[in-house]
Write a protein that binds this ligand. Structure first.
Ligand code: NAD
Length: 299
């Protein structure tokens, strides 16, 4: 079997074109564009490159965006004060405020993220947004989790009654994705089980023991660890959908967590790295920024 490729880049392009029209409607109604402000701390090349992709996507869909560079020596208090100042609009309207992770080790990341007002938290990391998601009434869904769900929906891969195994339990990817895929169907969800919900979900992590025993049970397998080659062909059930969230740099090249060539001979669907989940994450950030602008305009 040769797996069908889940082309995240193409899907993200389609989503961006439709968002572009919604942004134009917003701008015509309110006389301004949604605005995203990104705080970039330090000079890590990977962070700078992610921030650049976000700025370029914002320009493509017509969202105003600004990057606020901060020295790596900034303290937790400095960063909390900066986020609060951005939210107070001293620097102009900021519909979405995003602090690029990771922060330097001396900074209390949770304290900084908690300073982002929940109605501008376009990353969906604030406890209020995490709580809303866990109660099945999401507002800002973490972008990578939302992007993976959208890929499954777009490819019409059934989730209802299926077994999803997620490797990785982070607050950014694994946990919110588990909540999303196990959630009850929203109003208007297609009746054929392809709504990206109603799944039975297993979350695996670094202490999961026999990982292959668990991953082989998956109809849909998601790898979100950050270890190249972790998922090998013998860990995948024939015909399963394999979604690779991992981003690793190996000898100057980007690779995921999945051993792509051999796994694509076993899987039914597979997402590549690069060109899979990464562009979807950025597209969902644009969607969240437009939503933040709309929420701020509601009476
Ligand atoms: P994290 O470090 O917060 O979490 C990694 C998880 O993997 C942990 O829950 C840990 O328990 C688990 N783990 C570690 N070793 C394991 C093992 N041997 N077996 C099973 N589980 C193991 O990472 P994160 O922020 O969730 O990111 C995970 C990966 O996804 C990274 O490569 C990151 O760069 C990538 N990522 C990609 C995107 C994207 O847009 N494509 C977005 C976010 C993160």
């Amino acid at each position: 079997m040769t797996a069908r490729m889940l082309d995240g880049r193409a899907l993200a392009g389609r989503l961006e074109r439709s968002l572009q029209q919604e942004v134009e409607t917003f701008a015509a109604m309110f006389g301004r564009r949604p605005r995203l402000v990104v705080v970039l701390v330090g000079d890590m090349a990977a962070s700078a490159s992610y921030v650049k992709s976000k700025s370029l996507a914002a320009a493509r869909v017509g969202i105003d965006s600004d990057v606020v560079p901060v020295a790596a020596t900034a303290s937790t208090a400095d960063l909390v004060a900066l986020v609060k100042a951005l939210a107070s609009e001293k620097h102009g309207p900021a519909d979405g405020i995003l602090v690029q992770l990771p922060l330097p080790p001396h900074v209390d990341t949770v304290a900084v993220l908690d300073a982002v007002p929940p109605d501008r938290d376009v990353d969906g990391f604030h406890p209020e947004n995490a709580g809303l998601l866990s109660q099945g009434r999401p507002r800002f869904i973490p972008c990578t989790a939302a992007g993976v769900q959208r890929m499954l929906i777009d490819a019409e891969i059934p989730t209802a009654g299926k077994h999803v195994v997620i490797v990785g339990r982070s607050d950014i990817v694994g946990k919110p994705l588990a909540l999303l895929l196990a959630s009850r169907p929203p109003v208007g969800c297609p009746p054929d089980g392809t709504g990206g919900c109603d799944a039975s979900v297993t979350i695996c992590h670094s202490r999961s023991g026999d990982l292959g025993h668990l991953t082989r049970q998956a109809d849909i397998l998601v790898a979100a660890v950050g270890r190249p080659g972790l998922i090998t062909a013998d860990m995948v059930r024939k015909g399963a959908a394999v979604i690779d969230v991992g981003i690793n740099r190996v000898e100057g090249k980007l690779v995921g967590d999945v051993d792509y060539g051999p796994v694509s001979e076993v899987a039914g669907w597979i997402s590549p790295v690069p060109g899979g989940v990464g562009p979807m994450t950025v597209a969902m950030l644009m969607s969240n920024t437009l939503l933040a602008a709309e929420i701020r305009r509601r009476p």
